[in-house]
Design a protein around this ligand. Structure first.
Ligand code: ADP
Ligand code: ZN
Ligand code: ZN
Length: 751
């Protein structure tokens, strides 16, 4: 309970601070306004005279320096550090109601506090671009058009001032102009032309998005039924569930059944998924099954479509929202259920700017809205398993695959005795041949793009380095380029060693090289490769997946793009080529990630009457990570790994924050971090330890040196109390302009 208690306490303290009871005064409230900037402080304004004061969560236009800016009212206050007479007035209220429902606005405020990130950046970052720019938040908009009198007047050549003429041109002869334009500086002309009867207004509302087909689902298995019943019994109050089910065990069916029940009560559901672009069929499945409008929110939406989806969600006209991590901030008036699919996925963590965990905030959102949250995964994060073990989450299991043969057989291939040729060991080649001959499909997994990870000189040992990073360039043979996978720098493939003129050889293998090998070995088996180098445009993935689904492709080769969401029913063999990459990662989560990758990719194989086979190539077959994963299974492995983390004081048994800094000059970075480390308010008393500065795993990237301080505490509350004062001290340090720093609370990687 500790974590939730801590969160609840932090939340109460924060709310008391915000809504501190104050004696009533007759004067207008002072508006604390935040802006679309990473500035930490807000600014105080007065409401426009005679107008009702805009409430928290509403957008306003205000004078800001020499220009006007759009801000969001964060809170009302009674007093300001400035005398009232010096406060400027709001120029215009954009919204008549808050942009977010109360629970969601509460989550945003809480998140700014918890992640110690400027509230303005948090609030604006949660909005579609069009809303940041001032578009109307409601689907119902006041629209202006030229009246009959206006048309007649123009036809008659009536005289207009230049500003009025500009507005008429904007409206156009047959066109319409949205109310938002009034805000863009045409208010006076609009009023004048309306008074003259030239312009008339009307309300326009967009039609609701189409409802799904409402097709019935299959009869649930006993395990699915139990899961639906357990969550269903908690509708109407907060409860957290961990739904652990292997790929294809019917988790999505459980979500759908629960959403149907929620819809029947007049409420809606928020479903978070890691990457919609990789799972286009998921949204289609929701639309087909549910008899209610479903909107999808993800990064590849155009601005207009995103705004429409947001409006449909916030008005309640689309009660089901499927989205990637930032969709957790979508207002929904009658939320009834929160689902986080593949909750272990690293993409729930935003790694730049406002660094938050969409998964964790989804739980907070469910808690605030008083609705259940379901976290589903075939490979739950170790945190979630620990939460389930501690009784914070109720655990639901779907151990069986629906309509499938048993678990795949997993075998380790020792690369020390089975020398690989271009990445493939003889036993792996033999297995591929066997499965192809049996009309099975084969999936080959290698989490490395390109032809080879290094270009090596056979004469002097030179290895093509990136000039801007502490990293080697990856060989991309088909494009004849050397590419840095960290900063994107490219150069032409050299013919000879620039140092000694000797011959160069690509060393190691990526998917491009393995593709060549597989095509040579199995010329009769059509191959599709799936990685970011070949899947570039919308439609590429559908095309590739289509050829797998209809059986044209016999061999499927790819990176972790393959491990996400898709099901390959006819795949009978999975080969994991280079498990070793993950065995020795410096990060405390490296083992967890590797286990998840192996289990996820293995879970794509075998169904129907044909059991799957999984081969893992490694030079370290006795590595405890691999042996425990194979002998004890994912949960057994997790239990062991969690014991190790407890002993070593890693999350979830410790709470971390990372202060990262980077700059072109190495000395600047370390000077800043030393100063930050010294600017600590009595760290010992608050049970907080600071480690570092230490170089980042990639100590130089894109010409910038990178280092960090790690802050750790056994108690989340202590860490939070410390960070709250520390972040102010850091902000006051005034480092050189070229230095960038960021605070990452609950970082997903620490090396
Ligand atoms: P997951 O989300 O765990 O990968 P899905 O819900 O997508 O699993 O189910 C996998 C496949 O099994 C899908 O094709 C789905 O339609 C089917 N399925 C799910 N539940 C059942 C059931 N109770 N009876 C028959 N088929 C089912
Ligand atoms: Zn050389
Ligand atoms: Zn680079």
């Amino acid at each position: 309970m500790a974590r939730r208690r801590d969160l609840a306490r932090a939340h109460r303290a924060f709310r008391n601070l915000l809504f501190k009871k104050k004696h009533l005064t007759s004067s207008a409230p002072i508006l604390q306004v935040v802006f679309d900037t990473p500035m930490r402080q807000g600014f105080d304004y007065l409401p426009a005279a005679g107008a009702p004061p805009p409430g928290p969560g509403q957008r306003v236009r205000v004078p800001f320096g020499r220009r006007r800016a759009i801000g969001i009212v964060a809170a009302h206050a009674e007093s300001s550090a400035l005398p009232r007479a010096r406060l400027k007035q709001v120029t215009q209220s954009i919204d008549t109601a808050p942009l977010w429902d109360e629970a969601t606005f509460g989550v945003l405020r809480w998140a700014a506090d918890y992640y110690h990130h400027p509230l303005g950046d948090v609030l604006f970052g949660a909005l579609p671009k069009r809303l940041r720019e001032g578009a109307a938040a409601s689907r119902e908009e006041i629209v202006w058009r030229l009246s009959a009198a206006g048309h007649a007047g123009i036809a008659a050549g009536a005289r207009l001032g230049s500003r009025q003429r500009a507005l008429v041109a904007l409206v156009g002869e047959d066109g319409e102009v949205l109310a938002a334009i009034t805000a863009a500086g045409h208010a006076a002309e609009l009023r004048a032309l309306a008074a003259r009867g030239w312009l008339e207004s009307f309300a326009r509302s967009a039609p609701p998005p189409p409802a799904g087909a409402g097709r019935p689902g299959p009869v649930l298995t006993a395990d699915q039924g139990a899961a639906v019943a357990a969550v269903g019994a908690s509708l109407g109050r907060f409860a957290a569930f961990l739904l652990h089910g292997v790929t294809g065990s019917g988790k999505t069916e459980v979500y759908l059944r629960l959403i149907e029940r929620v819809l029947a009560t007049g409420r809606g559901a928020l479903v978070l998924v890691p990457e919609i672009a990789l799972t286009p069929q998921l949204v289609a499945r929701f639309r087909e099954r549910l008899a209610a409008p479903v909107v999808a929110l993800h990064s590849s939406l155009a601005d207009g479509a995103r705004l429409e989806a947001w409006r449909a969600a916030s008005s309640g006209s689309a009660p089901v929202v499927i989205g990637t991590r930032s969709a957790v901030f979508t207002p929904m008036p009658a939320l009834g259920l929160v689902v986080v699919d593949e909750e272990h996925d690293a993409s729930y963590k935003q790694q730049e700017g406002f660094r938050y965990s969409g998964r964790d905030l989804a739980l907070m959102r469910a808690q605030r809205a008083g609705v259940p949250a379901v976290l589903g995964s075939a490979t739950p994060s170790f945190e979630s398993l620990a939460n389930a073990a501690a009784g914070r989450y109720a655990k639901l299991s779907l151990p069986e695959r629906t309509g499938r043969a048993g678990k795949p057989r997993v075998t380790v291939i020792d690369l020390r005795v089975n020398t690989a040729r271009d990445g493939l060991s003889p036993p792996a080649m033999a297995a591929i041949e066997r499965h192809l001959a049996d009309r099975g499909q084969v999936l080959v997994f290698l989490n490395r793009r390109g032809y080879a990870p290094t270009m090596y000189c056979t004469g002097c040992g030179w290895m093509a380095p990136c000039k801007a990073c502490d990293a080697r360039l990856t060989v991309h043979l088909a494009r004849a380029r050397l590419v840095c996978h960290h900063c994107g720098a490219e150069e032409a493939l050299p013919f000879a060693c620039p140092q000694c003129g000797n011959e160069l050889a690509p060393v190691g293998e990526g998917t491009e090289r393995v593709e060549t090998t597989l095509k040579q070995l199995f010329p009769g088996a059509p191959l599709v490769r799936i990685d970011r180098d070949v899947i570039r445009r919308r439609g590429d993935l559908e095309e590739a997946l289509g050829s797998v689904a209809d059986g044209r492709a016999r061999i499927l080769l790819g990176t972790q793009m393959l491990t996400k969401g898709h099901d390959f029913p006819d795949v009978t063999l999975v080969v994991v080529l280079a498990a070793d990459q993950g065995l020795f990662g410096a990060d405390f989560r490296a083992g967890e990630r590797l286990a998840q990758q192996i289990v996820q990719v293995a879970g794509r194989a075998g169904r129907g009457d044909r059991p799957g086979e999984v081969l893992i190539q490694t030079s370290y077959p006795e590595h405890p990570l691999l042996t425990s994963l194979i002998t004890r299974g994912y949960e057994g492995f997790a239990a062991l790994a969690l014991e190790e983390r407890r002993a070593a004081g890693w999350p979830p048994y410790a709470h971390l924050a990372l202060l990262r800094a980077d700059a072109p000059a190495r000395a600047d970075v370390y000077e800043f971090l030393e100063a930050a480390g010294a600017a600590t308010p009595d760290a010992r008393r608050s049970r907080v330890r600071i480690l570092g500065p230490a170089p980042a795993a990639l100590a130089r990237r894109a010409g910038r040196h990178r280092a960090q301080l790690l802050v750790e505490s056994p108690a989340r509350g202590a860490l939070q109390a410390f960070l709250a004062t520390w972040v102010g001290a850091i902000a006051a340090l005034k480092p050189p302009r070229a230095l960038r720093w960021s605070l990452d609370v609950d970082p997903s990687e620490v090396d």
